[in-house]
Design a binder for this molecule. Structure first.
Ligand SMILES: C[S@@+](CC[C@H](N)C(=O)[O-])C[C@H]1O[C@@H](n2cnc3c(N)ncnc32)[C@H](O)[C@@H]1O
Length: 354
């Protein structure tokens, strides 16, 4: 029989994780983490408060939380008895120096790095994940992308970014024969181009290829147009407002979709549309979350995070799928040379050719 304390530990570790996530979110939103990152020699609470323009007492409390959450380290051993209950303030705010722990700058701040995970706390805190789910729990009512606020669209786009970074060019180079096609000059359609980050990365990396981005959400497409326009990348790129179920493109050498195939309203129609859009030998590449095949596997860290995403997926009336589901889908629609590989614990790629 399990001990009461052991069982309590399971619940309390969830609460502790929540405290850490909120601490990271505040640190990112108010530039506290970015400011600490500027000082590899260490920064005091006083220095942080001054440079980031926040209250000293609050900066001290945040730093202690960041230390507890293990993404910040301190040159003096903590805890120390520097809180004075009479003045209700910490003494010697200049004495302790704090730095980011190893790799935290890359993981939390470097948007271009394939391991970037700084977008995750922000997306998990969007009302569309938990609050709207709770609001609709009784009614079972659903929402769609057009019902999501700009904050959700931006945060999802930040979460999708490392998926693109892992795909372009490394992920694509793992799909047999694809890299050569993209380098030589391919016609590429990206379904679910969203805010255009993937189109931009692909257009920069494969200067001989041409790209069509398709998405059903008008607001996301506006962001995509702005992003591509600002980068001066409009000549080899076109964006189309359409559902995937009514896709009207043809003669494509590759159709690619990032973290969205599981959202199709009619996944078989979309897969058939993709097949029709491809030239013989053309490739369909699905980059998505590999939802665990068994309930036991949901107890891993990636499994728990993907379970969190399932709240939003339920709201838009779908669920993340295991990679084997994508393989079966491609097989069902006559794709050949089907393969799949993992790029991280939350990122798998499945591909097949026409
Ligand atoms: C999770 S977001 C991903 C966006 C982008 N790929 C990224 O990684 O940042 C899903 C996108 O797919 C679009 N989408 C989902 N299902 C769709 C469908 N059946 N037809 C058209 N667009 C769809 C949504 O409008 C949304 O912009």
């Amino acid at each position: 029989m399990a001990e009461l304390q052991t069982q309590a530990g399971k619940i309390l570790s969830q609460v502790a994780g929540y405290v850490g996530m909120r601490t990271i979110d505040i640190g990112l939103r108010f530039g506290l983490i970015a400011e600490v990152a500027k000082h590899p020699e260490g920064i005091s609470a006083q220095g942080l408060a001054e440079n980031a323009g926040v209250d000293l007492f609050y900066a001290q409390v945040w730093l202690r939380n960041a230390y507890a959450a293990e993404f910040i380290v301190c040159d003096n051993p903590l805890p120390r008895e520097d809180y004075d209950p009479v003045t209700r303030r910490f003494s010697q705010p200049d004495e302790q120096k704090f730095t980011l722990d190893e790799h935290m700058e890359t993981l939390l701040l470097d948007e271009e790095h394939p391991g970037y995970i700084g977008g995750l706390p922000g997306v998990m805190l969007q009302p569309e994940i938990f609050e709207v789910f709770a609001d609709h729990l009784k009614s079972g009512e659903h929402i769609w992308w057009c019902d999501c606020g700009p904050g959700m669209i931006q945060c999802v786009s930040c979460t999708g970014l490392p998926f693109y970074t892992r795909m372009v060019p490394d992920g694509f180079s793992k799909v047999p024969g694809l890299q050569a096609k993209l380098d030589a000059g391919a016609r590429v359609t990206e379904l679910a181009c969203g805010a255009g980050r993937g189109l931009l990365a692909m257009a920069k990396t494969y200067p001989n290829s041409r790209f069509i981005g398709v998405d059903g959400d008008a607001f996301s497409l506006e962001l995509a147009k702005e992003r591509l326009g600002a980068a001066g990348m409009t000549d080899r790129l076109e964006v189309v407002h359409s559902s995937f179920e009514e896709l009207h493109v043809s003669d494509q050498d590759m159709v690619f979709i990032n973290i969205s195939m599981h959202e199709c309203r009619d996944i078989d129609t979309v897969t058939q549309n993709v097949r029709n859009a491809l030239t013989p030998g053309g490739m369909f590449v699905i980059s998505d979350f590999p939802f665990p095949e068994s309930v036991d596997q949901t107890r891993s860290v990636p499994g728990k995070i993907m379970c969190g995403i399932q709240y939003f997926e339920a709201l838009i009336d779908d669920q993340l799928m295991p990679t084997v589901g994508f393989r079966e889908l491609l097989n069902r629609h006559g794709f050949q040379d089907i393969g799949s590989f993992d790029l991280s614990g939350v990122h798998a790629v499945t591909y097949g050719s026409k």
